[in-house]
Design a protein around this ligand. Structure first.
Ligand SMILES: Nc1ncnc2c1ncn2[C@@H]1O[C@H](COP(=O)(O)OP(=O)(O)OP(=O)(O)O)[C@@H](O)[C@H]1O
Ligand SMILES: [Mg+2]
Length: 237
C-alpha cells in the first residue's frame, strides 16, 4: 500500500534563498513521526508547504494525489490540518468560538457538537473556560486550545508545529501526554519539535532536517543511538 503522505524531492525557496533543497519522506497511516532540527532548518516551511500555505516544487502526495498545486482550503478539506507555530489563536474571541472556528469548513452540525464534547473531555480545563477570551488564558491552556481547535477540523493527518514552544516542563509533558492519547485514535501525526528529548517520548520515528535536507532518519531507538543526534540534539557527548 502507498504511504498516506509521500514527499519526494521537495524544494521551497523564499526569493533566492533555497530553504528546502530536496526533502523526501513518507508517513504511513497511523504513524506518529517527528521532524527535528535546529532553528531555521526549515521545519515550519516543510509543514506550511504540506498545508498549501507556501508554494513548493517537487511532489507532495496525499492518499495518492499530488496536493502541492491545491489551495490551502482544499487541503483542509482533505483533513490535512496544521496546528501552527505559536498557536495563532483568535485572542479576542471566546474559547468556544475558537473551537468552532476549527470546524468552519464543516457542515455536519451534529457531528461537530459530538466532536466538541469529545475535545472538552480531552481538555477539561477548556470546558471550564468556554466563555473566557482565549487571549486571557495561560500559555499551556492556549496551546491546548490550539490542539483542540485542530481536532475540531477532524484531521486525518495532524501536523503540529512546536506545540511545546515556550511552555514549562510539566506543561510540555502534559501536551505530549495528550498527543499519546490522540494517537490512540488512529490519527496520523507529524510533529515538529525543537525539544528532541520530548518529541522522542511521543514519536516512533523521526527525520532530522538540517540545512534544508534530511540528514538522518529512522526509528526513535536508532536515532537515540546515533552519535550526531546524541551530541547535537540530546546534549549527550
Ligand atoms: N516568509 C519568509 N520569507 C523569507 N524567509 C523566510 C520566510 N519564512 C521563513 N524564512 C526563512 O527560512 C528559513 C527556515 O525557516 P523555518 O521557519 O522553516 O525554520 P524552522 O526550522 O521552523 O525554525 P524554528 O525552529 O526556529 O521554528 C529561515 O532562515 C527563515 O528565516
Ligand atoms: Mg519553526
Amino acid at each position: 500500500m502507498a504511504p498516506l503522505l509521500e514527499i519526494q524531492d521537495l524544494r521551497v525557496a523564499y526569493g533566492k534563498a533555497a530553504i528546502l533543497k530536496g526533502v523526501s519522506l513518507a508517513l504511513e497511516k497511523g504513524e506518529v513521526v517527528g521532524v527535528i532540527g535546529p532553528n531555521g532548518a526549515g521545519k515550519t516551511t516543510l509543514l506550511r508547504a504540506i498545508a498549501g500555505l507556501t508554494p513548493s516544487e517537487g511532489d507532495i502526495r496525499y492518499a495518492g494525489e499530488r496536493i502541492n498545486s491545491l489551495p490551502a482550503h482544499r487541503i483542509v478539506r482533505r483533513r490535512v490540518i496544521l496546528c501552527p507555530e505559536r498557536r495563532r489563536l483568535f485572542p479576542e474571541m471566546s474559547v468556544r468560538r475558537n473551537l468552532e472556528m476549527g470546524a468552519y469548513l464543516r457542515r455536519d452540525k451534529a457531528e461537530i457538537r459530538r466532536d466538541l464534547e469529545e475535545v472538552l473531555e480531552l481538555f477539561p480545563a477548556l470546558g471550564r473556560r468556554l466563555h473566557n477570551q482565549a487571549g486571557t488564558m495561560s500559555g499551556g491552556e492556549q496551546q491546548m486550545l490550539a490542539v483542540a481547535r485542530s481536532l475540531m477540523s477532524r484531521p486525518e493527518l495532524l501536523m503540529l508545529d512546536e506545540p511545546s514552544f515556550g511552555l514549562a516542563p510539566l506543561v510540555k509533558k502534559a501536551i505530549m501526554q495528550t498527543l499519546l492519547h490522540i494517537r490512540r485514535r488512529g490519527l496520523t501525526i507529524l510533529l515538529s519539535e525543537q525539544d528532541t528529548k520530548l518529541a522522542f517520548e511521543a514519536v516512533e520515528k523521526a527525520y532530522v532536517l538540517e540545512n534544508g535536507r534530511i540528514n538522518i532518519a529512522g526509528s526513535t531507538e536508532s536515532l537515540l543511538a546515533d552519535p550526531h543526534v546524541k551530541e547535537a540534539y540530546l546534549g549527550l557527548a
